[in-house]
Design a protein around this ligand. Sequence first.
Ligand SMILES: CC(=O)SCCNC(=O)CCNC(=O)[C@H](O)C(C)(C)COP(=O)(O)OP(=O)(O)OC[C@H]1O[C@@H](n2cnc3c(N)ncnc32)[C@H](O)[C@@H]1OP(=O)(O)O
Ligand SMILES: CC(C)C(=O)C(=O)O
Length: 524
Amino acid sequence: MTQPAQTQPADQNRIRIFDTTLRDGEQSPGVALNHAQKLEIAHSLARMGVDVIEAGFPIASAGDLEGVSRIAREVRGPIIAGLARANKADIEAAAKAVEAAEKPRIHTFIATSPIHMAKKLQLEPDAVVERAVQAVKMARSFVDDVEFSAEDATRSETAFLIRIFQAAVEAGATTINIPDTVGYTTPEEIRALFSEIRAALPAHVILSSHCHDDLGMAVANSIAAAEGGARQIECTINGIGERAGNASLEEIVMAFHTRRDHYGFETGIRTRELYRASRLVSRLSGMPVQPNKAIVGDNAFAHESGIHQDGVIKARETYEIMNAELVGREAAVLVMGKHSGRAAFRKALHDLGYEDLPDDKVQYLFGRFKDLADRKGQIYSDDLRALVESRADVPQTFTLEGFQITSGMNMTPVAFVRLQTPDGAVDATSHGDGPVDAAYGAISKITGLNPELETYRIQAVTKGDDALGEVSITARYGEKLLSGTGVATDIVEASARAWVRVMNMIVAGMGSERREGEFAPGRI
Ligand SMILES: CC(=O)SCCNC(=O)CCNC(=O)[C@H](O)C(C)(C)COP(=O)(O)OP(=O)(O)OC[C@H]1O[C@@H](n2cnc3c(N)ncnc32)[C@H](O)[C@@H]1OP(=O)(O)O
Ligand SMILES: CC(C)C(=O)C(=O)O
């Protein structure tokens, strides 16, 4: 193993971040970004402070060439690189694409593993070295900054790698990339490989890693490569890329940032841009981020279990190793569910404006909350409001007696509703944009109350064809925010029940003043 990073001179500890979201990331099956989308991502990467943007593979298509050219023309700050195989046409295309860049780079590569050379390239090792040398020389005739990669390096013979890298450096390569093309290596192996190659090349040459995630080790391997001497790491936003993807940029950056005490490395990344970039790439690529993904997943800063929530309420650091704000996210989220405890429940009620509930009331509501959580999984703000406000003593001024709806394609939905009121049964008819809207109109006609519907959510609370649907709504009436729920196998009936409940609460003078809590919308 090499010496610990902390003991190296300070300028030796700067890791360059080479983002390949627009090249290897775009190689994710099903992803195709247009020019405008690529440009938007490139601007976001530049804002974030990446050192290199690999903007595409210009020979791949006229569109890719133009996409890289636009980024080269319009994005300032990072080096703009174009990928090229070790041949004339690819290198000319890459050179043309990056020529307008403030800092252009040509990245040329050829495979060096026995299997790739024999089966894919069908070239003898000597011929591969010769092709590499010619490619680097040609690239250098266009630009001063040339990166050379030995594809499938981690399945190549180390002696051959050293030979081809020395030849590439001699021919003018300034960065040498050692890719784990098929995600095969391990942290120990790659650390040792980088150390050996570092010792064999001149100090001015930057070593680079490019790890794939086939065994889920891309980030660990990239970090180990840095320990072995890599000072450039190739990675992508959200870890997207060919097959299982590449090393995830946000995870590497935050590992170095959070464990600077251990690694001693730093990057030039403005970490507050990470989450925004992740959302952008997810939206434009159409690749959702898994909820439990480190740093940028929905649950990365969410706490559901009571013991954790209690700890986080007392001191965030009990269960958080970094602040959500540091990566551009909102403060930690307490998700209310069946594992939540009283501390989180009290805080959630407090944040919703129910500050002065007596202790015995909170205890009672907590029991009901656990029952509900057992049935539903996640509990939202309006579920909690409904829980607090669904006291058995809500006077039933109005009750739903029956309804009939006429609705269909190219017809205006009409609802006939009958409510029992203090004056006896009253009927009304109304039309609306949909069957629920029509029913709500009819109920409002009968009660004479017209609150404004703010949110409407429906979910199945049981499984199967005859599943019970639960409708949860919030409505504003003057300053008051009211929540109602209704359960039925018929979703219009569930919706009507929720609306009638809101009417009864208005008549009883119930509801809360809305307050903005520190928790994210939809979650407590
Ligand atoms: C590990 C990586 O991620 S490498 C980057 C992978 N990315 C891509 O392939 C995306 C873009 N690719 C493409 O659009 C196309 O594959 C192109 C335009 C590059 C080439 O298309 P085609 O000319 O139709 O060739 P095709 O893709 O079928 O085969 C690849 C050819 O390149 C050769 N080749 C592969 N790598 C290299 C290299 N580094 N240097 C020189 N030649 C190479 C192969 O041996 C094969 O040659 P052959 O046709 O003589 O057998
Ligand atoms: C072109 C190289 C760097 C590559 O993408 C790989 O080997 O995975």
